[in-house]
Design a protein around this ligand. Structure first.
Ligand SMILES: [Zn+2]
Length: 278
């Protein structure tokens, strides 16, 4: 199996987002009000997996409308995101990085994908859905969808970005994997499993890609960098720090397994677009 790491835009956020170590009003204020010069620029990664059953895309990144000229364009952002999220993310999407542009560069169309997996419903992971209208199957955990009605997630996850997509909601089941021991075995052969890693959102999935005796763990936003689990510094963006810690400890245990080829975080600036062969 091959896994392509695709960078589908950037965010310019307060450094309390990756390393805030608590979720409180002080960090939230910094995240909304920090001037652009005081922010860190982080990548937004999606993943294209060459699976024996067909290509599988994990997350979709930003949409072209948010950054028509490839730069941070506050007016364009304001047409896609409400003001508080525009202030939080400062997103940009350089030319050629939108998900449909990257698929086209590889000779792929949305309808060629076996499925799209959404790790969670935050806008930097789902905005690209609007470019993938002809994809056959778009899956996400029912737990993520269910809690999207909770006030904190209503504010974080604009419904306009995903409500019109035909989402297939899958239930977590008992599993040896994850801090909750909840996972979804997508193809029933353990080659691709969505493992519940709560804390950033309730229902968020990490994606465990296994081939032979090796695996890659896509940690989504449960961690922003290995520093989070090595030093037990929790990201300052989430909703439950205790659950963030439980998820970080599970990721740390997976990173220490001998079959671990990589643990990849969706916004780790130390990672470059790359190809991993399993
Ligand atoms: Zn994210």
């Amino acid at each position: 199996m091959k896994l392509h790491i695709l960078r589908c835009g950037r965010i310019r956020v307060s450094e309390t987002v990756p390393f805030g170590n608590r979720i409180d009003l002080g960090n939230t204020r910094k995240q909304l009000l920090a001037p652009d010069r005081d922010r860190v620029e982080l990548p937004v990664f999606c993943y294209l997996i060459e699976h024996p059953r067909g290509p599988v895309l994990v997350d979709t990144g930003w949409c072209r409308d948010i950054s028509p000229d490839g730069v941070f364009d506050p007016r364009a952002v304001g047409r896609v995101l409400p003001p508080h999220l525009a202030a939080f993310y400062h997103p940009l999407l350089p030319a050629g990085e939108a998900i449909h542009e990257q698929l086209a560069a590889r000779g792929l169309r949305a309808e060629d994908l076996n499925c799209i997996v959404l790790t969670h419903l935050d806008p930097d992971h789902v905005a690209g859905l609007r470019h993938l209208g002809r994809a056959g199957r778009i899956v996400l955990p029912e737990d993520e969808y269910f809690w999207s009605c909770r006030t904190v997630f209503k504010a974080r996850q604009p419904r306009s970005l995903w409500i019109d997509s035909p989402l297939e909601r899958l239930y977590y089941r008992g599993s040896p994997l994850g801090p909750n021991r909840w996972a979804i075995d997508l193809f029933g052969d353990e080659s691709l499993q969505l493992v519940n890693v709560p804390g950033h959102t309730d229902g968020q999935a990490a994606v465990l890609v296994r081939s032979g005796g090796r695996f890659v763990l896509l940690a989504a936003d449960a961690a922003f960098s290995p520093r989070n689990w090595r030093e037990e510094i929790t990201p300052g963006f989430g909703f439950d720090r205790g659950r963030q810690l439980q998820s970080l400890r599970w990721i740390s245990s997976m990173a220490a397994e001998p079959g671990c080829a990589a643990v990849l975080c969706s916004h780790d600036p130390a990672i470059q677009p790359d190809l991993i062969t399993l």
